[in-house]
Design a protein around this ligand. Structure first.
Ligand code: SAH
Length: 375
């Protein structure tokens, strides 16, 4: 495991020029109208930025020289600096990106046989205090802007490139990096609009997944705005255990959370099921009686279950369940008809596995202040 060395963190002031990265089509259209240009320019620019990975107006060949120069004077496509790129033996790649504030965030690419998934961060640190997650130990600094979230996709796409057929290697985006996406609602949903926008990344909603620890009111709001795929970090078969490992549960207990999930899937959606994430913690939530309890809980809920072997980090106080315990647990679920998989641990040699993302969080908000972020 190589150590992360972040040298010479300097604090840049934000660029005076208008950053066009992270604006959705509506915002970009209104930007062009405001500067006295035709609104169709918004779609052109989007294609250049997101489909061609171009960050220099002077290289956008269907703009007149005059317009390119004008844009260059008043606007920019502002990207974070890549501080470090680490490659795992299994092909997983992790980038450490430095933001203007001097904080660093992490983004991970996970190649699989027929897809490539990018795991993006939505906050610097995290305000939730799930004891088994190392991001929680970093504390919370602030929400990321849509520009900072989408820039992770941009940087990774440029680094990974395309297949020989010209298809992008990144086919799926999951909000499973640092932070709780539903506590950064507006910026995350704006990012999703750009991910789904035909003139930008044009991804199908099946290929974009929000993972949440269960911010119930935000989950209900989400349904009004989008219907991307959903993963719920349940991790426990009852409130007693969940209160302990996902403290947010004290505010929004399991019954309310599952009700909000049902609501998300009600009405006119083509998505048929969501994913339940369940981290396997030795002798905490991995007994066979817990598996049977989980079966009863999820009966008649349209979901599949992903068992995640716990990824250890220093001073977590938890241990990964043994393979035998995970298999026995999985078999109970499968026999009861629940589609259940054990997630393969990827990138753990570079600390890129679930819950190992730490970045570098400066100016942590104090715990008391942090709880104000929990709605
Ligand atoms: N806040 C969001 C997304 C970030 S975490 C959420 O809670 O869903 C992404 C997934 O990794 C979650 O299911 C989370 O519970 C899981 N995870 C966190 N720490 C982990 C660890 N140390 N080992 C395995 N999975 C972990």
């Amino acid at each position: 495991m190589s150590a992360i060395v972040v040298k010479d963190i300097t604090f840049h002031s934000s660029p005076a020029k208008k950053n066009l990265l992270g604006l959705d089509l509506e915002q970009l259209t209104s930007f062009f109208e405001q500067i006295g240009e035709k609104s169709f320019r918004a779609k052109q620019i989007m294609k250049w930025i997101y489909q061609c990975n171009i960050d220099d107006f002077l290289h956008m060949t269907n703009l007149s020289k005059k317009l390119a120069v004008k844009l260059d004077e008043i606007a920019c496509i502002h990207l974070p600096e890549i501080i470090q790129e680490q490659k795992s033996d299994d092909g997983t790649v992790k980038w450490l990106l430095k933001l203007d504030s001097g904080n660093c965030i992490e983004t991970v690419f996970i190649p699989e046989e027929n897809r490539g998934t990018l795991c993006v961060s939505s906050q610097i640190g995290c305000a939730l205090e799930c004891g088994f997650c190392s991001t929680a130990q970093q504390g919370f600094n602030r929400n990321l802007s849509s520009a900072e979230i989408i820039s992770q996709v941009w940087v990774a796409n440029r680094a990974m490139g395309t297949t020989h057929k010209g298809d992008r290697l990144i086919t799926n985006i999951v909000f499973m990096g640092m932070g709780e996406p539903l506590l950064n609602f507006d910026e995350v949903t704006r990012t999703i609009r750009i991910l789904l926008e035909d003139n930008a990344y044009g991804l199908s909603k099946r290929r974009v997944t929000i993972s949440t620890a269960g911010v119930v009111p935000a989950l209900k709001r989400l349904r009004d705005v989008t219907d991307v795929s959903l993963a719920i970090s349940l991790h426990a078969p009852n409130d007693e255990i969940r209160d302990m490992i996902v403290p947010l549960n004290k505010k929004y207990p399991i019954a309310e959370l599952l009700e909000a999930c049902r609501y998300y899937f009600s009405g006119d959606t083509k998505l048929k099921q969501f994913t339940i994430e369940y981290v396997m913690l030795d002798h905490i939530n991995d007994e066979l009686k817990h598996a049977h309890e989980l079966v009863r809980l999820l009966k008649s809920i349209p979901c599949k279950v992903n068992l995640i072997p716990f990824n250890p980090f220093p001073n977590s106080g938890y241990k990964r369940s043994s393979n035998n315990r995970i298999t026995a647990f999985r078999e109970v679920l499968q026999k009861a008809g629940l589609v259940t998989m054990t997630r393969k641990t990827r990138g753990d040699d570079i600390d890129a596995a679930c819950g190992q993302l730490a970045g570098k969080v400066n100016d942590k908000t104090k715990r008391k202040q942090r709880s104000e972020y929990i709605i």
